[in-house]
Design a protein around this ligand. Structure first.
Ligand SMILES: CC(C)(COP(=O)(O)OP(=O)(O)OC[C@H]1O[C@@H](n2cnc3c(N)ncnc32)[C@H](O)[C@@H]1OP(=O)(O)O)[C@@H](O)C(=O)NCCC(=O)NCCS
Length: 163
């Protein structure tokens, strides 16, 4: 059986991570970016203090990643993190997203993070199921806050208290 590891990302993983995200930016609606992000941003993310970038490594191939980031910059938001997770097409629906999120949430709990927030562009039944399964609760939906691929997109906000 193929072996999958969830581990911290290394600099050599960044092109694969960037490609997974870039495909979703160009072809999907899970992110409101329209184009891939420059490598410098991924390098910054990798070295960001207080946050995490994890990858799912399937026998040497990065098939997904999960990351945390500050929710908003003002200091009173300091105990809150925003998380996200992407799994490459062809590997979805096999438990990888859940494994990545479980590992990320455990690290954030160890860090003493109080609240984790996630924004899910709709429709996205897999992401809604993932967040529900990981103990998040939905706290509201912003209607038509994004416009992509010729349509307005709603954004559901989910949160989970860790502390
Ligand atoms: C959303 C995503 C990260 C989920 O990861 P995954 O590896 O496909 O999901 P998993 O196999 O770990 O399953 C997680 C849960 O979602 C459910 N699920 C998976 N695919 C589903 C689908 N297509 N429809 C409905 N539920 C689905 C699983 O049954 C599981 O629920 P459970 O815990 O109640 O059994 C992945 O599908 C993805 O990368 N999608 C594109 C990018 C994206 O939407 N990212 C999220 C941004 S908020």
């Amino acid at each position: 059986m193929a072996r999958m590891d969830i581990r911290r990302a290394l600099p050599a993983d960044l092109p694969a991570v960037a490609a997974i995200y870039g495909r979703e930016a160009r072809e999907g609606h899970a992110t409101f970016d329209l184009e891939p992000l420059p490598m410098a941003l991924w390098e910054e993310k990798l070295s960001a203090e207080g946050d995490h970038l994890l990858v799912a490594d399937l026998e040497g191939t990065v098939i997904g990643y999960a990351s945390s980031a500050p929710f908003r910059p003002k200091p009173a938001y300091g105990h809150t993190r925003e998380t996200t997770v992407y799994v490459a097409p062809g590997h979805q629906g096999l438990g990888t997203g859940r494994a990545l999120y479980d590992a990320l949430l455990a690290l954030l709990a160890d860090d003493g993070v109080h609240l984790v927030v996630a924004a899910v562009a709709l429709p996205n039944p897999a992401s809604l199921a993932l967040h529900r399964g990981c103990g998040f609760e939905e706290v509201g939906v912003m209607r038509e806050v994004g416009h992509k691929q010729g349509r307005w997109i709603d954004l559901a906000w989910w949160q989970r208290r860790l502390g």
